[in-house]
Design a protein around this ligand. Structure first.
Ligand SMILES: [Zn+2]
Length: 365
């Protein structure tokens, strides 16, 4: 990741690809056989990384985080399930947008070994990129710790659970405690017993109480609990009202547009989850009833969806998904219980160009 670190490890190879973008925090590299990526990706990764430094209270290093986009086949020479990895050199990814690895690169832990809290942190702050293994989020704390193997750390099929556990710790005990926990449990070999006793030491409560509190907490999927603050920081804000008028928004999901992200393909369930998308933020000043009216460009087919999620993390931060149907316009009602900043994701399938128009009513006048 950093020039300094590379000097300490002279046997490491160079990061693959040519540098095509240098931002304040990230350099974006692309190899000749890398997958297609939309024009907004490098800038988004850069802004996201800057926000992660603040969320994780880490000082940026002297060098930039290097993000190399490569042919997915080159990332998984040994393990079919890998789509990306982070090392001291930087990130090598078969996917254009994989925020999970940015968390490792910013936090500078979790290289090579899969620590429970480190992977949980990457799941919490790592966007909702598609990971094939993230199948379970409803396991108990005991089951989660049992997924940790002495040699290999936490198995990837428990990432979803690890993320929800970290989301719970962050919400219940606060960011300071969470970061201290990461510091004390992420270095060196950690057995199941060591893990629970270190958690007890930092939190100052019996493991059984912590585990029971987690087991009684709300269950939700990673798609719901991930902390969207960095994505919110990277997105342009939408204006809800001008005077007493609701503002109409037109989003052209053209991969060449400077704010559009993707492509995202689920490498493991071919055909599903293939999309390009963009993020906006919207601030609801008041709790209450709202409505979103969605339509497409007149005479043109529009398909896709819009999702609304609070910029904070944790179960309950995901509000609603609104489908965009071709030709017709639809109005969906929704309630804002907690005023504040929300992330709006506007997405379309990979193979369906869409111009999506919408306005949100309920806050003007
Ligand atoms: Zn990871």
């Amino acid at each position: 990741m950093l020039a300094v670190a590379a000097c300490e490890e002279p046997s490491l190879e160079e990061q693959p690809g040519e540098v095509v973008f240098e931002g304040d925090f990230v350099e974006f590299r692309v190899t000749d056989d890398a997958p297609e990526y939309c024009a907004g990706v490098p800038e988004y990764l850069d802004r996201y990384t800057g926000a992660l430094y603040e969320e994780l209270r880490v000082e940026p290093g002297e060098g930039l985080v290097s993000y190399s986009l490569v042919d997915p086949e080159d990332v998984r020479p040994e393990d079919d399930l890998f789509i990306a990895y982070a090392s001291e050199r930087g990130i090598v990814s078969g996917a254009p947008v994989l925020e999970h690895e940015l968390v490792h690169a910013v936090h500078r832990q979790g290289y090579g070994r899969q620590f429970l809290l480190t992977e949980g942190l990457a799941e919490l702050f790592g966007g909702d990129a598609l990971l094939s293994d993230r199948t379970s989020t409803d396991g108990s704390a005991e089951e989660l710790v049992e997924h940790v193997e002495e040699e290999r750390g936490i198995r990837s099929y428990a990432y979803g659970d690890a993320g929800r556990f970290v989301a719970y710790l962050d919400h219940r005990f606060g960011r300071d405690v969470l970061l201290r926990l990461l510091e004390s449990t992420s270095r060196g070999d950690v057995s199941v017993e060591q893990f629970s006793s270190k958690v007890e030491d930092v939190i100052g409560a019996p493991w059984d109480d912590i585990a029971r509190g987690y087991d009684d907490s709300e269950v939700c999927e990673q798609h719901a609990y991930w902390n969207a603050s960095p994505a919110c920081a990277a997105a342009e804000p939408l204006t809800l009202c001008e005077g007493v008028e609701n503002v109409r928004h037109v989003v052209a999901l053209d991969c060449a547009a400077p704010d559009v992200l993707g492509e995202r393909k689920d490498e493991f369930t071919e055909g599903e989850g293939r999309e390009v998308w963009t993020y906006r933020t919207v601030t609801f000043e008041q709790a209450g009833g709202y409505a979103i009216s969605i339509g497409g460009q007149w005479g043109e087919e529009s398909v896709g969806y819009i999702e609304l999620k609070s910029c904070r993390g944790g179960c309950g931060s995901f509000l609603q998904r609104f489908e965009v149907s071709r030709y017709a316009g639809f109005t969906y009602d929704f309630d804002i219980d907690e005023p504040g900043e929300y992330l709006l994701k506007v997405a379309r399938p990979l193979d369906a160009p869409s111009v999506i128009e919408f306005f949100i009513s309920g806050a003007c006048g």
